[in-house]
Design a protein around this ligand. Structure first.
Ligand code: PGA
Length: 260
């Protein structure tokens, strides 16, 4: 079943964009989509930390219906954690969601399920919606271990997360199913295959929490495959990497997602 919050289209800019590039992005994005269209979905963008302040100001000034996101958040409020960012710092900049446990963080920087679960719990505590990423790698996919891997990651990454006790808002948690082999490769998962896994995630979530938790698909989403993915029963939206840096493509993905 679809989430009542959908469609949700979130952009992950990763380690891309200068200040002037982000200004150009918003200039073109604004002329590619109307406010009426934006209001029909939940739209978010997670730029690098250096752009959070300027994008936050821009969103407020231009009254664009976009939620600002960060690409990570730590579990402590402050302290000796070189290279990390705290939820309190993100609160000051009106950050509404935070990507947690992205496969690049897991594979390149050793972030574990346990680590993701501490970050997720702390984000919720500070009223930041965690976008918890899970997904199998290529070898696991080939050996048909996807269901097992995703289900274990989900449970372990939510181990410290007591949503009932921490809840601040209705939309408390988002899960992004991102097969690692589909990220940045141009090889999106087949819509039916992605749907089976998103549906499995929804079933697992129902056993954990009595809440409407949207499940996004991520991995080479673009303006051409968006429609066939969003029309699947259990896909509530997208976490978009590469295509979210292109204003026209990102706007088109939103348009494909709202007119189902
Ligand atoms: P991609 O990245 O859309 O470039 O494949 C998705 C992601 O990493 O979230």
């Amino acid at each position: 079943m679809k989430s009542s919050f959908g469609p949700l289209i979130l952009g992950n800019w990763k380690m891309n964009s200068s200040l002037s590039e982000s200004e150009n992005f918003f200039h073109s994005f604004k002329s590619s989509i109307s406010n009426t269209e934006l209001e029909q979905a939940i739209i978010g963008i997670a730029p690098p930390f250096t752009l959070l302040e300027s994008v936050s100001e821009y969103i407020q000034k231009s009254q664009l219906d976009i939620i600002l996101g960060s690409q990570n958040v730590h579990w402590a409020e402050k302290g000796a954690h070189t290279g990390e960012i705290s939820a309190l710092m993100l609160n000051e900049l009106n950050v509404g969601f935070s990507i947690i446990g992205h496969s690049e963080r897991r594979a390149l920087y050793g972030e574990s399920d346990e680590n993701a679960s501490r970050r997720t719990a702390n984000a919720i505590k500070h009223n930041i919606i965690p976008v918890l990423c899970i997904g199998e790698n290529e070898e696991e996919y080939r050996s048909q271990k996807t269901k097992e891997v995703v289900s274990t990651q989900l449970k372990k990454s939510l181990e410290n997360v007591n949503i009932e006790a921490d809840v601040h808002s209705e939309l408390t948690l988002i899960i992004a199913y991102e097969p690692v082999w589909a990220i940045g490769t141009g090889l999106s998962a087949k819509p039916e295959e992605a749907n089976v896994i998103c549906s499995l995630i929804k079933n697992e979530l129902q056993n954990l929490y009595a809440l409407d938790i949207p499940v996004l698909y991520g991995g080479s989403v673009d303006e051409k495959n968006a429609r066939s993915l969003i029309t699947q029963e259990s896909i509530d939206g997208f976490l978009v990497g590469g295509a979210s840096l292109k204003p026209e493509a990102f706007a088109q993905i939103i348009k494909e997602s709202i007119c189902q």
